[in-house]
Design a protein around this ligand. Structure first.
Ligand code: UDP
Length: 341
């Protein structure tokens, strides 16, 4: 299939583009490069365009003749969303509204959407399955939940076929080390632990050691970015066969504590992680683990790199050799929608 991949120069999008090409699809990336990286596109075609421009979107769908859209483009920092909810609702929610409008105009009726575990809010039971109440506790989660509602309404009214994939903790880098995670600022645990080993940051702060968990630190469900990428392709092909629209969790179903991540980093790097204990981070739940039964059953997905050392090891190989893309966006490319920094 010909596919437009919004945010295809970002972390999860760039890994998915590679899998799409390996499976014989023809992805074209649509990215404004404010947070994506031209280098992450590798040799895939890239249109520099903005979700907030209906003209950019309709032009991209017209010139590419896309039959489906994979929609990754979004802002994803919870803390930033609290201070700048307007930017999150505009970019994530209104931007998706534009995309849906452009898709209708060009009769493109299949969409795979990057949703998030943040649509659930504080868990009332664990593991979290898809029927868990959706009560997000920050603007980021709400900006994504609104999109899920929009997708359901567009399905009823206009026959949209959609797959909303609710990611738990995306982590790791490509197995060949060519692409990986490069966020600025980097707030995620695994890269920060590894950056403390390389000396890029002096130490990693353990955000809370008094949780009601076996070792007192937070538990998360880390999922390898390559496994996430595979799931997108399965979801796309499901829609291509006329499969039913739905939302699916994406996690391994196994949780790991912050201390276990640190131990894993020490094993794969053979180096010591400098740590300090800090206070809990506002808004963090203690335990967040997915039930991934539904996507396993419906789409036949299964994580191939589920063990923690494989995930952390791939991230280590990426960070050890720099962990950064060199060519940043030009000022013209970066000035589009970005009033925050
Ligand atoms: N965490 C930590 N130190 C850090 C960053 C994160 O202890 O420097 C913890 C955080 O409290 C959470 C887990 O690591 O329990 C994963 O955090 P991350 O930001 O990677 O993902 P989140 O679960 O917030 O989406």
């Amino acid at each position: 299939m010909k596919i437009l991949v919004t945010g295809g120069a970002g972390y999860i999008g760039s890994h998915t583009v590679r899998v799409l090409r390996l499976r014989g699809h023809e992805p074209v990336i649509f990215d404004n490069l404010t947070r994506g990286h031209r280098e992450a596109a590798l040799d895939a075609p890239l249109i520099v365009g903005d979700l907030l421009s209906l003209d950019d979107l309709t032009g991209a769908l017209r010139t590419t003749g896309s039959e489906a859209v994979l929609h990754f483009a979004a802002f994803t920092y919870v803390g930033e969303s609290v201070g700048h909810p307007d930017v999150y609702y505009r970019n994530n929610t209104a931007g998706t509204m534009n995309l849906l409008e452009a898709m209708r105009k060009h009769k493109v009726s299949k969409l795979v959407f990057s949703s998030t575990a943040a649509v659930y809010g504080d868990p009332i039971r664990t593991p979290i399955d898809e029927s868990h109440p959706q009560s997000p506790v920050n603007p980021y989660g709400r900006s994504k939940l609104m999109v899920e509602w929009m997708l359901r309404d567009h399905q009823v009214a206009f026959g949209l076929g959609f797959a909303a994939l609710r990611y738990f903790n995306a982590a790791g880098a490509s197995l060949d080390g060519r692409i990986g995670e490069d966020h600025d600022p980097e707030t995620h645990l695994i890269p920060r632990v590894l950056m403390s080993i390389t000396g890029e940051i002096p130490e990693v702060t353990i955000l809370g050691t008094d949780w009601e968990t076996p070792d007192g630190t937070c538990i998360r469900d880390y999922i390898h970015v390559e496994d996430l990428a595979q799931a997108h392709v399965l979801a796309l092909e499901h829609l291509g066969r006329g499969g039913a629209s739905n939302a699916w969790n994406l996690g391994t179903g196994k949780g790991h504590s912050v201390k276990e991540v640190i131990q894993s980093a020490e094993r794969v790097s053979h180096r010591k992680v400098p740590t300090v204990s800090g206070a809990r981070r506002a808004g963090d739940p203690g335990v967040l683990v997915a039930s991934s039964d539904k996507i396993r059953k419906d789409l036949g997905w299964k994580p191939e790199h589920a063990d923690l050392d494989s995930i952390v090891g791939s991230a280590w190989r990426w960070i050890e050799k720099g962990g950064r893309y060199k060519n940043k966006a030009t000022p013209e490319e970066a000035q589009t929608t970005h009033p925050i920094r």
